[in-house]
Design a binder for this molecule. Sequence first.
Ligand SMILES: Cc1cc2nc3c(=O)[nH]c(=O)nc-3n(C[C@H](O)[C@H](O)[C@H](O)COP(=O)(O)OP(=O)(O)OC[C@H]3O[C@@H](n4cnc5c(N)ncnc54)[C@H](O)[C@@H]3O)c2cc1C
Length: 390
Amino acid sequence: MIRHAEVVIIGGGVTGASIAFHLAAVGVRDVLVLERNSLASGGTGWSVGIVRQLYPTPETSQMVVRSLAAFRGFRDVVGGESGYIDCGVVIGVSAAMRPKLEETVIRQRSFGVRAEVLEPRDLARIEPRINGDHLGAVLYEPESGYGDPTAVTTGYAAAARRRGVRIEQGVEVVAIRTAGDHVTGVETASGDRVDTPVVVNAAGLWSGAVAQLAGIALPIIVGRHPVFVVERDAGFGRPHLVYLDLAGGSYARPETGGLTLTGSLTDDEAQHPMAPELLGSDVSLGDAADVLERTGRAIPRLAEARYRRGWVGAFDITPDWMPIIDESPVRGLWIAAGMSGHGFKLSPAVGEMMAALITGAAPPVDPAPFAFGRFTATSPSGTFVASYLG
Ligand SMILES: Cc1cc2nc3c(=O)[nH]c(=O)nc-3n(C[C@H](O)[C@H](O)[C@H](O)COP(=O)(O)OP(=O)(O)OC[C@H]3O[C@@H](n4cnc5c(N)ncnc54)[C@H](O)[C@@H]3O)c2cc1C
């Protein structure tokens, strides 16, 4: 069968769904989202969903501020629930990191970020269960928190459908058709052909393989990032704030049912390349022990928490740990990938920016730092922790 669409989006994760919603919102309704599995079955469905606002550049600061507003106003603007909980985020840094933190926060205020740099002793009034002994300062973001990546994806998808977007699940793209220097369509595993002048690669962990279908090499590696779930003891009290311990190398975010999700902040993902098919598989107890020890130092009460389970997650990582939001050298083939662990918290802004770029409008945030051609190396030179403070 031969069909036609104005835009084909490959991938029904939070990125593809947000782009579909934002395209429809600016009037591009003949959009077809092709998802080989089911919505949010990729990295999105395994995400921890933390929304912190500390970012070192004007563009990422603007993106996270816009995205936070979108999560908070999701019900009114998009419909459905983002599951956003503004419990507050605390970020602990070493003494050496403090000057950079102070500079960054001053810059970020002009973009509307609400955050204050505090002394470790101030934890006593904000979150006394955090251990401040090894910290040089803490950042407190009272409006930050976490959301539900699957709910955001299905919310965007439902709203896009109401505006005419077609979303097909269980449909894998196996070929990208080109003529000369531009894209002309895609082919699916069932033998269908969809003619289109615009294809968006929003295939997350699989974006490298999808780009290869058009002969494009993306400088993206898939790096392992396991997540662990612990059950807080009955005497723990109210859920803790989200805590990102940049000095000690771990994070913890509360979950319903007395649970806490925790993982590593040691920048080692790029050293652990992984086949994306392993996403969601079991973790080893050795992995868990190492991270839980660090989490127990960060929030000592969690040292007594009972380990429940874990899963293998992964990030699609570019050399500078920042996304690619740009047209590829094949005209009409756009890339929204390489989210490098930021893909949930930036997804509303990525959708807005891609919709503007594809329709030739001015994007709400300067896309220059996310250009396809910006890389001189193919392996990561930046770090995830550097994506907080530069
Ligand atoms: C464990 C973990 C923790 C995280 N924590 C955070 C966090 O705290 N905060 C934050 O902001 N971000 C976090 N992230 C990152 C964020 O969740 C991801 O960047 C984001 O969800 C990626 O969304 P995506 O739509 O780009 O990709 P995906 O969700 O991976 O979606 C890509 C989709 O493309 C589909 N696909 C692939 N190939 C094809 C094909 N050929 N044809 C059709 N469909 C195809 C896949 O099935 C998949 O559903 C985390 C990620 C993980 C895994």
